[in-house]
Design a protein around this ligand. Structure first.
Ligand SMILES: Nc1ncnc2c1ncn2[C@@H]1O[C@H](COP(=O)(O)OP(=O)(O)OP(=O)(O)O)[C@@H](O)[C@H]1O
Ligand SMILES: [Mg+2]
Length: 304
């Protein structure tokens, strides 16, 4: 469980951040960074390193392990602190607030600025690192690939997708990205999974989602993790979020991902709203329509 870093931030001094970035630098080369390398990496004296190590260990921003040598590693809290500091320096954020969603692969917080924002810390690699590597097409271009790298790649990928898609597709407006964190507009509404649609809204919402996926496809992206948990629904419309695993429309498995997205979506509607949803929906035919930009309504793709 990664605790909310906001409380710790106020107590940290510039030298603490030097130490944290020193550990971060060392982690590019080894999982556990040798203590005797830290003065160089952090640009601090040996005495200062000793003092800062104790402080950062107390705050659980770093971890120590002694096997063949005494080594240090950032914790996710330490990595969060570095990203937050960058956002504060860039004046992206004024502060962080209540959790909006805490998952296996991310922690999302409300963030304060001139308007309500959301701050998402990626946690990929911490829990199921190997699966993420396999499923999500991250290339390991070094022998040593730490969770830092995996989580940062996920954030970069998600931010890139949001930047291309916004505003043509209803995705959260991207605001900033650093390390494993992204800042975006906070969206309105509740997850589709937790909403109860009126009979006469069901097909409309389903069509709306598929039209958004069609526009995303035109812009070159397939979400690849569509579910009732990654779609928000509000009076003002829908938002499709959670894009770190998105693939390009020219990816060799693009068609497979697209059909899986459409199958997840239509199955959800068929299960939850059987009376309003057409029978035996032809997912492959919908995928064809998405690919050639001609999708209009799901009515054409199943019986009544
Ligand atoms: N921009 C946002 N505005 C408001 N709430 C958000 C925003 N982004 C995420 N959330 C909330 O946080 C939850 C988790 O976000 P998201 O789906 O992006 O990550 P995740 O589900 O942990 O990722 P993964 O599917 O990779 O495990 C969402 O269900 C939503 O409730
Ligand atoms: Mg999600």
């Amino acid at each position: 469980m990664v605790t909310n870093i906001a409380g710790v931030m106020a107590d940290l001094e510039p030298e603490d951040f030097y130490l944290l970035s020193g550990v971060e630098q060392g982690m590019r080369f080894s999982e556990w960074v040798r203590r005797d390398k830290l003065p160089d990496y952090a640009d601090l004296t040996v005495e200062e390193v000793d003092y800062r190590l104790d402080r950062c260990l107390d705050e659980e921003l770093i971890e120590r392990r002694t096997i063949q040598y005494e080594g240090y590693q950032l914790t996710f809290e330490g990595y969060d602190a570095l990203a937050l500091r960058t956002f504060a320096e860039r004046e992206t954020l004024q502060g962080i607030g209540a959790p909006l969603g805490v998952g296996k692969e991310s922690d999302v917080y409300e963030a304060r600025s001139f308007k309500p924002l959301a701050l998402k810390f990626h946690r990929e690699g911490y829990t199921n690192f190997r699966e993420v590597m396999k499923e999500r097409e991250y290339t390991a271009d070094r022998q040593h690939v730490s969770w830092l790298y995996t989580a940062r790649k996920a954030a970069e990928r998600e931010y890139e997708a949001l930047e291309t898609l916004y505003p043509d597709v209803s995705v959260p407006r991207p605001v900033d990205q650093n390390r494993h964190a992204i800042v975006m507009d906070k969206f309105e509404g509740v997850e589709l999974a937790r909403s109860k649609l009126e009979s006469d809204q069901v097909l409309g919402v389903c069509n709306l989602v598929i039209r958004e996926l069609t526009t995303a496809h035109e812009a070159g992206w397939i979400h690849a993790d569509i579910s009732e948990h990654n779609i928000a629904i509000a009076e003002s419309g829908i938002t499709i979020f959670d894009w770190p695993q998105a693939v390009r429309e020219d990816h060799e498995n693009a068609r497979e991902f697209l059909e899986r997205d459409l199958r997840n979506l239509t199955k959800y509607f068929a299960r939850k709203y059987p009376r309003e949803t057409p029978d035996s929906i032809d997912v492959a035919a919908i995928a064809d329509a998405v690919e050639d930009g001609s999708f209009e309504t799901i009515r054409e793709f199943g019986g009544v």
